[in-house]
Ligand binder design. Structure first.
Ligand SMILES: [Zn+2]
Length: 458
């Protein structure tokens, strides 16, 4: 074992010494095959917008087109996976799971090898499959839009999987400063505001996918901040800062597919915010940073690709009594009022308060070069240092808003302090997360990383 490890490390040492081949076909030695496709998902009929309560009408104008984009990866051993990014608020399980089933049926990609991410733009269409004729035209148009969107996500993955070409992967990173912790402490509790001393993940991870000619065929980058530069008074369809950032990079690299994947943005807002001008500005800043990073040094990302996926049974507060729930509902300002009302309705129907929510979690391990952890829900920033500790801080890309955006995924600290992110599930089920939730999520991700082959700290 020791000998073979030594041999491997000697080999990999010499591998790093090999000069980049001039001439010939560098792609002949490529570790990867990559397929790419994108489809426009801008709504064509007046549908309601998502993200803010209190909007009174459907969108009025399109400031920017929205897209779903697929990146299919295949390593030398034929292990395949797909990442889908989208200019949307988020995929709830009810919308995501039928998409995954159809993808598996069409091209054989299993659920665990599919990762759906959204930019969490608050200037996109609502998604819902629930409406009856009596809900009226807007609700029916939303259902129609959602069904078409599901077709397009399946289609974009099928298209990408049909044109795999040799590629090399590498990654680097930068930083942006408009990412602001939004949990503002006031004498009356925590409000959605501005907390410059609060933790925020300002990193900008960038994955570069080069074709046989050494030029980028795809650029995937991330940030960890809500798509909320535009406020509730905005009625223009737009990808928010992430949309403008993708457009900025696209202009510089017109032949590449430019994709955005959101990080642990649960308690981060852009700063400042509120206008289309600021949205463009943040997008330009992020896009420019990605371009700057692309001109610098990148580390190779080699195979094999190993994926571990699980649904963690994340603990909810299961012992809440009717009296406690009624007290929460009576306080209109309580962030938990919506969930408490739903839980009361369950009790009214003779059901129990659910004890767990099943959260999909995934880890993609790229050889020994990079680990991508994909968490579901609106993940608060505390999970970044927790996962850095559990997995080791290097060669780590942490994404939130993957696969099922069911509500906020708070930490024990956030739950103890209170505030908006404690509001519980808003999709898929009813419930309020328990303080033990974070330990279950972190333990599961660590276990998945071990299974996928990441070298873990003790
Ligand atoms: Zn949110």
């Amino acid at each position: 074992m020791v000998k073979s490890l030594l041999l491997l490390s000697v080999l990999s040492f010499f591998a790093t010494m090999l000069p980049v081949q001039a001439g010939g076909d560098p792609a002949a030695k490529a570790d990867w095959k990559v397929g790419l496709a994108q489809i426009k998902i801008t709504p064509e009929r007046p549908v309601p917008m998502s993200g803010y309560g209190g909007r009174t009408k459907p969108f009025e104008k399109v400031a920017q087109d929205l897209y779903v984009k697929a990146l299919v990866l295949e390593d030398r051993d034929g292990h395949r996976a797909v990442l889908v990014t989208s200019d949307l608020l988020g995929f709830p399980a009810a919308v995501a799971e039928p998409i995954c089933q159809r993808i598996e049926k069409k091209i054989g990609l299993k659920r665990e090898h599919i990762l759906l991410n959204s930019s969490h733009t608050h200037a996109g269409p609502q998604l819902s499959l629930k409406a009856t004729a009596k809900d009226g035209g807007e609700a029916l148009r939303t259902v129609e839009y959602t069904r078409q969107l599901q077709d397009k996500v399946v289609e974009v993955v099928v298209q990408a999987a049909a044109k795999l070409e040799p590629a090399r992967l590498s990654w680097g990173g930068g930083v942006v400063h408009f990412v602001m912790n939004r949990r503002e402490f006031t004498p009356n509790g925590i409000i959605l505001g501005v907390n410059p001393r609060g933790l925020a993940d300002r990193t900008v991870p960038v994955l570069r996918i080069d074709g046989a000619d050494g030029k980028p065929r795809a650029i995937l980058f991330g940030a960890a901040v809500h798509g909320t530069t535009l406020g509730a008074d905005n009625y223009q369809i737009c990808g928010d800062y992430a949309g403008f950032a993708q457009a900025h990079v696209q202009e510089r690299y017109p032949k590449a597919q430019v994709m955005f994947m959101l990080g642990c943005a649960g308690d981060a807002n852009p700063y400042p915010r509120g206008t289309m001008e600021l949205t463009r500005k943040h997008g330009t800043v992020l896009g420019e940073e990605v371009c700057r990073v692309l001109e610098g040094k990148f580390r190779p990302v080699r195979g094999p690709l190993r994926i571990a996926f699980d649904r963690a049974e994340v603990p909810l507060q299961a012992t809440l009594s009717r009296a406690e729930l009624e007290k929460i509902v009576a306080d209109k300002r309580n962030a938990k009022a919506f969930a408490a009302k739903q839980l009361l309705a369950l009790l009214d129907h003779g059901q129990k308060v659910p004890a767990h929510y099943s959260c999909p979690l995934t880890v993609w391990q790229f050889g020994s070069d990079l680990t991508l952890a994909g968490l579901s829900g609106e993940v608060v920033v505390d999970y970044v240092p927790m996962l850095e500790k559990a997995l080791g801080p290097n060669q780590l890309w942490i994404a939130g808003y993957c696969n099922d955006v069911f509500g906020y995924l708070p930490s024990a600290r956030v739950l103890a302090e209170g505030g908006y992110e404690t509001r519980g599930l808003y999709s898929g089920s009813a419930g309020l997360f328990a303080p033990e939730a974070e330990a279950v999520v972190v333990r599961t991700i660590r276990e998945l990383a071990r299974k996928a082959g990441r070298k873990l700290p003790d």
